[in-house]
Design a protein around this ligand. Structure first.
Ligand code: PLP
Length: 254
């Protein structure tokens, strides 16, 4: 194997879908990694067709095409942090989990992407179970929103108490840490982190941002970037939340 170059900037890898309009997916991840001073690498799991009005379709890549993108870059670069976004099929999830197990990759932040804000499915129904069984054990953190946490656990999440129960259930399913994003609940924006049983609640004033897209992508990329810079998970989530709140504020005043 070729010797890897050591770079001063942390190298961050995203394995996710391409949203050509740049609102979400890999382009949002690359912008976020760059904003945190990381060098960005990316592999595409699905070519989607979309703009800010909605998603019109998607061509999912094969697992082989995904690993064919990742393996050459791993020969050249030492990856400091990684995240996964849209992983649309069971075979991609299985292969990405194998990459994390077998290659010299840091445990990723897994964003459990299931649907676009507009309602388009971004994962096959029969692949959702594989997310938990294959990828959760390989992840440093999973970042479901409330509908995703409900789908994964079968629990109903109506409040903070429900978020806590869902996080515990996700850890029982194999996740080391879960960040439940409370954006879908009314009131303040509350996110709950359960890291190996240590629970932290992050509160921020809700900013009405309408249909601002890609916030989940940016949040998980920002957390991964902070982990790559050596911060603890709690610090990383806190720093990433500050970044997203600022991005939402900028989008609202633009
Ligand atoms: N498109 C891609 C490729 C994504 O990865 C995601 C979310 O992760 C979305 C669309 C959905 O973004 P939004 O919820 O902002 O519509």
């Amino acid at each position: 194997m070729t010797e890897r170059h050591i770079h001063a900037q942390p190298i961050a890898l995203s394995i996710a879908g391409l949203d050509p309009s740049g609102g979400a997916g890999i382009i949002a991840d690359i912008k976020t990694f760059t904003a945190f001073g990381c060098r960005a690498l990316a592999a595409v799991t699905s070519l989607t067709f979309q703009n800010s009005s909605g998603v019109y379709g998607a061509v999912h890549q094969s697992a082989e095409i995904v690993s064919n993108q990742v393996l050459p870059i791993l020969k050249e670069f030492r990856v400091a942090c990684a995240k996964t976004g849209m992983l649309p099929t069971r075979e991609i999830i299985e292969d990405v989990a194998r990459l994390f197990r077998e290659e010299d990759l840091p445990a990723p932040v897994v964003d459990t992407v299931m649907r676009s804000t507009s309602g388009f499915p971004l994962i096959d129904e029969d692949a959702i179970a594989a997310l938990a069984s294959e990828l959760f054990p390989a992840a440093r953190l999973i970042t479901p929103n409330i509908p995703e946490a409900e789908r994964l656990t079968g629990l109903e999440v109506m409040d903070e108490e429900g978020m806590l129960r869902a996080a515990r259930s996700l850890r029982e399913m194999g996740a080391r840490a879960a960040l439940i994003k409370g954006g879908h609940l009314a009131g303040d924006a509350v996110d709950l982190l359960d890291d190996e049983g240590h629970v932290t609640v992050f509160r921020a004033k809700r900013i009405e941002a309408g249909m601002l897209r890609g916030t989940g992508c940016m949040l998980s990329a920002a957390i991964a970037a902070c982990l790559g810079k050596g911060m603890s998970l709690e610090e990383s989530v806190s720093e990433a939340k500050r970044f997203i709140t600022n991005e939402i504020r900028k989008a609202v005043t633009e």
